[in-house]
Design a protein around this ligand. Structure first.
Ligand SMILES: [Zn+2]
Length: 64
C-alpha cells in the first residue's frame, strides 16, 4: 500500500512542518520562526504561502 504524501518544510528556516496528501491544505505556525503558513498540496508538490495575521494582536497568556 503506497500513499502519496508530501512533507512541507518552512521556507524561512527549513524546518519540517507538515505532512500532507495531494489536494489538501494545512495551516499552522512554524515552531521555530513563529511564522504562520498555509500549505497547499497538489499532485506534484506543495506551495507554501506565509500568512500575515490581519490583526497583529500580540499573543498574551494570562496565568491564573
Ligand atoms: Zn520556520
Amino acid at each position: 500500500m503506497e500513499i502519496t504524501k508530501f512533507k512541507a518544510s518552512c521556507p524561512t528556516c527549513g524546518r519540517n512542518l507538515f505532512d500532507g496528501h495531494p489536494h489538501s491544505c494545512v495551516e499552522g505556525y512554524c515552531p521555530k520562526c513563529k511564522n504562520f503558513y498555509r500549505v497547499s498540496f497538489s499532485d506534484t508538490g506543495y506551495t507554501v504561502s506565509a500568512q500575515t495575521p490581519s490583526s497583529s494582536r500580540p499573543h498574551t497568556s494570562t496565568a491564573e
